[in-house]
Design a protein around this ligand. Sequence first.
Ligand code: ADP
Length: 180
Amino acid sequence: MIKVKVAESVLILKQGDITQEDTEALVNAANERLAGGGGVDGAIHRAGGPQIMEECRRIGHCPTGAAVITTGGNLKARWVIHTVGPIYRGGSQNEAKLLESAYRSSLSLASDRGIKSLAFPSISTGAYGYPLEEAAEIALKTVIGYLKEHPEIKEVRFVLFGEKAYRTYEETLRKLVKGD
Ligand code: ADP
């Protein structure tokens, strides 16, 4: 685990299963139809129970780069913020901006709802194929930039599934902090 201070807030990187986190909100890497699926999306719905899907059905749809919110069902987290990262199609289809927007929309929804702590997975780097190194840089830069402007968010955790993702985020964070 790594813990760094960013302005008034704390940024944590850890390896693990996001469904077990006790932040106020978890962020889900959802799809536009909010239909559930594999990866972290499936894990969150399994752990949280059917109430989350019921609320997703009522909401219906979320465009790529945007975010919506449901309650957390049986999770420790009270809320789930569902965001949709881009499918990676080589990098020239506005993927970087859309990935940044997925993080910013999630953070901004948390701010609007008075949520002070949230946990992110590595959005778009599973089934959606975003190269891990590039995605880690966008994820960390966006969160760090947001925390500097928004002290109301006290803590952001990245919960990385597996050692490779963890190490990539760790290295990327070290470079970013050094270059500050
Ligand atoms: P996407 O469709 O946005 O690529 P995936 O769920 O396929 O979403 O993958 C996103 C990331 O989430 C991947 O790095 C994957 O390893 C990771 N992941 C899968 N299950 C979990 C989990 N339980 N907790 C945290 N991260 C997870």
